[in-house]
Design a binder for this molecule. Structure first.
Ligand code: SF4
Length: 889
């Protein structure tokens, strides 16, 4: 494990599931070389900026390394005994529905399996849900309704073989960058391939779009119902496939022919699109057999997300475009192991191994597990689960590897619920998160690079995540922690695992257990892997399920010849009646708030914010606003704005852009209370959910927007972490040798010099040397603090956000001694020499800034992304920045 041989593993982040080669260079310092695995079928060596920066996230800074009870370090025995007695006592006094687990798409399949087994087979409750509920549960519901099982029929290769790719509700360029790169490369090879992007925002993904349909939020089902009606009108359906392999077409087409989707004019009106755009899209779809429709959170995160999924699937079933090379609906999964979680039954409405809660299945799984107390009905889905914590029905909750105080809708209510619950157990690898703040018992878990098991990506491909670093401190695998608690609760025989392989083969065996047409037929069947030895499990190559006697090498595609999992083996087309978002905008709440991911951060930043290069691209929570709206409200670029919904409020930096439609706002989902004073967008998101999937409507919350009237604005660079509590606005990012804070205040400061000294004086109490500049009349104050010639901190304050560009100042922290010229320019914030400052980082891999790029484009006449690459390297590694390079050109 600690030699410098290269191990193949899988990326920690998104559902693309890229293969990675990790080579430990120095085990003591955890220095590791990361590269894309050229043999992995998901990425063939490519990585995006996040994957490429994984080596910089392996630090032990901020890690949770020992068990804690009420803030005190305790032994594992003491912590595990307490968890076991807490759960046992709660069950005894209040029954099985009083306990809950909340899991994560970041867990490995083996961790997920054991947690699900303990709760559903031995504690007697199905109150085990996961953050995947927030991500793709509408796709699960759509798949189950149409196919009879939660199955993605195709594979990534289809995106390269297709002649038409429809990306709907997916900023693929930022959220699934390697899939985007694969599509882009295929389009370069076959320029006749067409790409349609359906998204209210003009995102980076539109860089490769032949057609962008900026529809009104939540109107996708109108668009796809209209498509079905159009195809039927022109006789462009596959009636043979419909006849042989589907049912429900009559009711589906009747619904699609409703007045508001009957023709292109009606569809265009409802979706806020131009008729010509809709006509072009429909025409391309009609003429192009090889079509893939890939969709993601923009479709799923809706109060009618399941219906949107089925409206898409209806069009593919009706044209027979499913399960064949280059064809099919394709759910792009957000998280690295959302699919693995679905396999084991990690959602509260699933039992295990793609079985639900029919009495037969409950008996079957109970027999397989030799279960002490089987749950017999679905448990509470995420929003309901935390509501039950809030009203006291759930009295003990165990949260594993996720941060619901940030990511849940109505997130302040979740925080309040946990603060009132006195039995909050949290397993995590990070000590300080918004959720660990509420934990009574903290259990240190292994992180990426230390844990060992499997994950399944969006195309059903199971890959190994392998440990290449030793376990730090007392951290343990999640499966070990859960099993140790189960043993203490008296279930030792069922949780007697030696390693993750023991769990995997049990999971594989359950997938094949009584899996016959006569008993309970499931496509999720990996029973051919149930005999893997330790060595074979170690060596397991990526493989797409099903992996059984019929397809021992796995299967790339399913359903080409039908064989659906509904009772009559036919797929079901659903009659869809489109529904608008539930939260209605009105005069009091005139904006629709959309949330989503940014290019270089992942989820709640616990890992990505450790990598300085990933913090340099977008370093503050921002609110994208159309310039007309901004002008009406007196908001200028870089002003601070305050957003309020019925649930909460946030403050963010205004970004004026016509990529956003009037009346709509976009705020990233990542910022937490650890990185900002008021940047948690989950606090605003309405908790309304889809009735079938329970997925929250995170893409549409009515909000107000106003300029945040700050008395002063500022920024700080400091080699030491600072405490800015009390400031109404601050955000923090980590650079290579500094922390950078953006700050603003509403109360004037009488003595800036004193304020700066109180905040920035070095912790070693040495005096330090200070440079200061103050212009009281204009409200400007600037200072810098030195230890010898080494800059330790600097602070810039002004009456507006118009302050010096930060990149040159950041670069001064790389120096052990400042030159005379550097000192001269320091308080002006610009170099005295001719040295240009790079500007905001665009290319994270090579640290190339916006100013550098603009200058090179201008001075050297660069006209293509390739020319920029040759000149500055930008865009030549992971390619995540290419859409932005394109924009600069
Ligand atoms: Fe990781 Fe990026 Fe690949 Fe996603 S696309 S798995 S984040 S390298």
């Amino acid at each position: 494990m600690t030699s410098n041989r290269t191990l193949n593993t899988t990326c920690a982040y998104c559902g693309v599931g890229c293969g990675i080669q990790a080579q430990v260079l120095d085990a003591a310092t955890r220095q590791t070389r990361i590269a894309g695995d050229p043999t992995h079928p998901a990425n063939f060596g490519r990585l995006c900026s996040k994957g490429a920066a994984l080596a910089d996230t392996l630090t032990l800074q901020g890690r949770l390394l020992h068990p804690e009870v009420n803030g005190e370090t305790v032994s594992w025995d003491a912590a595990l005994d307490l968890v076991a007695t807490t759960l046992s006592a709660t069950l005894r006094e209040h029954g099985p529905e009083s306990v809950a687990f909340y899991l994560s798409g970041q867990l490995l399949t083996e961790d997920y399996y054991v947690a699900n087994k303990l709760m559903k087979g031995f504690l007697g409750s199905a109150n085990v849900d996961t953050n995947s509920r927030l991500c793709m549960s509408s796709s699960v519901a759509g798949h189950k309704r149409a196919f009879g099982a939660d199955i993605v029929p195709g594979c990534y290769e289809d995106l390269e073989l297709a002649d038409l790719i429809i990306l709907t509700g997916s900023n693929t360029a930022w959220c699934h960058p390697v899939v985007y790169q694969r599509i882009k490369a295929a389009k370069q090879q076959r320029p006749q391939m067409k790409v349609v992007v359906i998204d209210p925002r003009r995102t980076a993904t539109c860089d490769i779009a032949d057609l962008h349909l900026p529809l009104q939020p939540g109107t996708d089902a109108w668009l796809f119902n209209g498509l079905l009606a159009y195809l039927a009108r022109l006789g462009a359906l596959d009636y043979e496939y419909l006849e042989q392999h589907t049912e429900g077409f009559g009711r589906a087409i009747k619904a699609a022919r409703a007045e508001d989707t009957a023709d292109i004019v009606a569809v265009a009106r409802h979706c806020g699109l131009k008729e010509g755009e809709v006509a072009a899209f429909y025409d391309w779809f009609r003429r192009t057999p090889k079509t893939v429709t890939a969709y993601s959170q923009g479709v799923n995160q809706s109060s009618s997300g399941s219906d949107k999924v089925n409206a898409i699937i209806n069009c593919h079933l009706a044209t027979g475009r499913i399960g064949k090379p280059g064809m099919g609906p394709f759910s792009l999964t957000g998280q690295p192991n959302a699919m693995g979680g679905r396999e084991v039954g990690g959602l509260a409405n699933q039992l295990a191994a793609h079985m639900d809660f029919t009495p037969d299945n409950v008996e079957r799984v109970g027999r397989f597990w030799n279960a002490a107390r089987m749950a017999s009905q679905p448990g509470l889905k995420a929003v309901d689960l935390f509501d039950a914590v809030a009203d006291g029905r759930i009295k003990a909750i165990w949260i594993m590897g996720t941060n619901p105080v940030v990511s849940m809708p109505d997130a302040d209510k979740v925080a309040q619920a946990l603060s009132r619950c006195d039995k909050v157990i949290v397993s995590d690898c990070i000590r300080r998160t918004d959720t660990t703040e509420y934990a009574n018992i903290l259990l240190p878990a292994l992180g990426w690079g230390e844990k060992d098991g499997t994950v399944t990506n969006s195309e059903r491909r199971i890959s190994r995540q392998r440990a290449f670093l030793p376990a730090p401190g007392e951290a343990k695998a999640d499966w070990w922690i859960v099993s140790a608690v189960a043993q203490r609760m008296g279930f030792g025989a069922a949780f007697n695992y030696r390693n993750s392989r023991d769990i995997f083969i049990e999971h594989a065996a359950l997938s094949g257990f009584e899996n016959t047409p006569e008993q309970t037929e499931r496509v999720f069947d990996i029973s051919a892997l149930e005999t893997l030895t330790d060595a074979a499990y170690d060596a397991l190559e990526p493989i797409q399920w099903p992996v059984n006697a019929a397809t021992p090498q796995g299967a790339a595609r399913l359903f080409e010849d039908g064989g659906y999992l509904n009772l009559n083996h036919k797929a079901l087309l659903l009659p869809i009646t489109p529904q608008p978002p539930q939260g209605k905008r009105d005069e009091r709440m005139p904006f629709a708030l959309n949330t989503g991911r940014i290019r270089d951060q992942w989820h709640t930043m616990t890992r990505t914010a450790l990598a300085p290069q990933l913090n340099a691209h977008l370093c503050e929570p921002y609110c994208a606003i159309h310039p007309h709206d901004a002008q009406r409200l007196g908001v200028a670029q870089n002003d601070l704005v305050r957003l309020r919904s019925h649930y909460g409020a946030l403050i963010a930096r205004a970004d004026l852009t016509d990529e956003q439609q009037p009346g709509q706002l976009f705020v990233p989902m990542h910022w937490t209370a650890q990185f900002s004073a008021a940047g948690r967008v989950g606090a605003l998101v309405n908790p309304v959910t889809d009735p079938h999937s329970g997925q929250p409507e995170s893409k549409h919350t009515p909000v107000t927007l106003e300029r945040f009237e700050a008395a002063w604005h500022g920024f700080i660079f400091s080699r030491e972490e600072l405490n800015l509590e009390g400031a109404p606005y601050w955000t923090k990012i980590r650079g290579a040798r500094f922390y950078r804070y953006e700050i603003a205040g509403v109360a004037s400061v009488a003595d800036w010099s004193q304020w700066a000294r109180a905040l920035l004086s070095p912790s070693d109490q040495s005096e330090g040397e200070w440079l200061e500049y103050q212009d009281s009349a204009s409200g400007k104050y600037r200072s810098a603090c030195f230890a010898g010639d080494r800059l330790t901190a600097c602070l810039f304050i002004g009456p507006t956000p118009d302050l010096p560009e930060r990149s040159w100042l950041a670069s001064l922290f790389d120096l052990e001694a400042l030159t005379h010229n550097d000192r001269l320019g320091l308080l002006a914030g610009v170099p005295r020499s001719d040295a240009a400052h790079a500007g905001r980082t665009i290319c994270a891999c090579f640290g190339v800034g916006e100013n550098t790029l603009r200058q090179a484009i201008r001075d050297q006449g660069l006209q293509t992304v390739e020319a920029i690459g040759q000149c500055l390297n930008a865009g030549t590694n992971c390619g995540s920045c290419i859409p932005e390079l394109q924009k600069l050109l």
